[in-house]
Design a protein around this ligand. Sequence first.
Ligand SMILES: [Mn+2]
Length: 260
Amino acid sequence: MRVHVVSDVHGAAPELSRAAEGADVFVCLGDLICFLDYHDPSRGIFADLFGSEHAAQYIALRTANRFAEARELSARAWADLGVDGQEGRWGVMQAMVRSQYEELFDAMPRPALLTYGNVDLPDLWPDFLADDHRVLDGEVVEVGGLRWGFVGGGLQSPMRTPFEVSPEVYAAKVAALGPVDVLFTHIPPSLPELTYDVEARRFEIGSQVLLDYVHEHQPRYHLFGHIHQPLVARTRIGRTECLNVGHFQGRGRPFVLDLT
Ligand SMILES: [Mn+2]
């Protein structure tokens, strides 16, 4: 069985539309939206709203872990746009996210198994999903006689991305799976070589609960995204092959898993 997996799509709709060519099963591990493009500041919702120069400055501050200053910068930009208060901003933002989702779900291969990334708005997904788009979060599906488990979203972080949950909520989703043969998550297990991004030059957040789960249940594979340029793209935890399939936006092609 040839499985194509993508994660961290971040707006790459044309590539997404071709990502299931030749696949028996197609899986998407989320992060569809492009708020900011660290490689091309002219792309993404921030650039569309405030211009690419603002986006470049905002990216520079966040890359330097200067999150408070980044928030001040965006507060000024919103004020310049004449948009007041959280609710006003949210309305504008949601309209832009909706237009990205429209294009991305139009390009999403069918059928597909999906889970959410941390840069997604799950509440909006039902408006865009096709009948044969199956979303799984803390759930198991049987494919070819194997149990495939899915856990979406991220953990609370200073980045304040839209779909971050508390460690307790995340742990409950992982616990709901029971043993699986193949584990699909957006974020990696908490191992430094898997969570370090060599280009952003920082550790992103991985999950200790996922690490414990893999030690305990030893699925054949654990596939995840979230880290765009990882120090290490694959490793072994006991018998489990851990695979980073992230940054579809940068690669433009799916990760191919030949599952026998
Ligand atoms: Mn991402």
